[in-house]
Ligand binder design. Structure first.
Ligand SMILES: [Zn+2]
Length: 279
């Protein structure tokens, strides 16, 4: 990634929640962020392997933390679209050390690892940002060739169960959201969706996918996805995309936005019930 240019910041969609929410509120990343008709970002290989950095958060043991992260990702990869299992294969390749986030262009997709890494100090993406997913993709075809997830352990306390500690950040709540970015989903306009861009500390709502999240996934990987799988022969022209800094689940950019989120939190609290894949 160090050699690449074109890091694109995506505009916050927070204000959009004030408008009426369309039936399909999910949003796909596009190869050209300014052109909604350009190719969506998507894993053409229909498979991805993630590896974990050996580091662990201060407040959670490494093994259960990895299990929670795996569970968060697998929830997406085990979805059914129109009753059919999707062919996306998600695997986990164990632990590694000494790796850096980014994409080594000379190594190609097979020589790059999709990394999950805890950042214990020196978080470089702003204190409001809880976690960051960086995608490298072909700027023409939209093919994702690499995805890395960084977790901000420098500024936040994570927990395996925020239902028991509402001041901490729920790991699965965070990673389930970031896994959606990893797969090609941008922030949804649906305030109850996992892919909605904000949530307060203590939230666990995003652990479970809403129908809108499932629809977004199925638009990319379902049997009716109007997308051709291109295998081989593509010349990657990598661009990079990072998840919107506004997916800083712990803090808000402004007082009005914070109020909005508090209101949502109260509303959601009242109707919280186990959310399941509604397909
Ligand atoms: Zn996000």
């Amino acid at each position: 990634m160090r050699a690449l240019s074109g890091v694109m910041a995506l505009a916050s969609v927070l204000v959009s929640v004030l408008a009426s929410v369309p039936a399909d509120a999910f949003v796909l990343y596009r190869a050209d962020a300014k052109d909604p008709k350009s190719a969506p970002l998507r894993w053409f290989s229909l498979r991805a392997t993630l590896v974990f950095d050996v580091g662990a958060p201060e407040e959670i043991e490494a093994v259960p933390a990895r299990a929670a992260i795996e569970k968060s990702f697998r929830q997406w990869a085990t979805l059914k679209c129109d009753g059919e299992a999707t062919p996306f294969e998600l695997t986990f390749g164990g632990t590694v050390s000494g790796r850096e986030v980014g994409y080594l262009q000379d190594a190609g997709p097979s020589g790059n690892e999709n990394l999950v890494i805890w950042v214990p100090a020196g978080w470089a993406h702003g204190k409001k940002v809880l976690a960051l997913t960086s995608l490298t993709y072909d700027t023409k075809s939209g093919e994702i060739v690499d995805g890395d997830l960084e977790l901000n352990d420098a500024d936040y306390e994570f927990t395996l169960d925020a239902a028991l500690d509402k001041t901490a950040i729920d790991l699965r709540n965070t990673v389930t959201h970031e896994a959606g970015h990893f797969l090609g989903l941008d922030h949804s306009l649906e305030s109850e969706a996992t892919m909605f861009n904000t949530a307060p500390p203590g939230e666990i709502l995003k652990r479970d996918l809403l129908e809108d999240d499932v629809n977004g996934y199925c638009a990319l990987y379902g049997p009716d996805a109007p997308l051709k799988v291109i295998t081989g022969g593509t010349t990657a022209v990598p661009g990079t995309r990072t998840s919107n800094p506004a997916c800083s689940l712990g803090t808000r950019p402004s007082a009005s936005a914070w109020l909005l989120v508090v209101l949502f939190a109260l509303a959601l609290q009242a109707r919280r019930e186990p959310r399941v894949d509604r397909r």
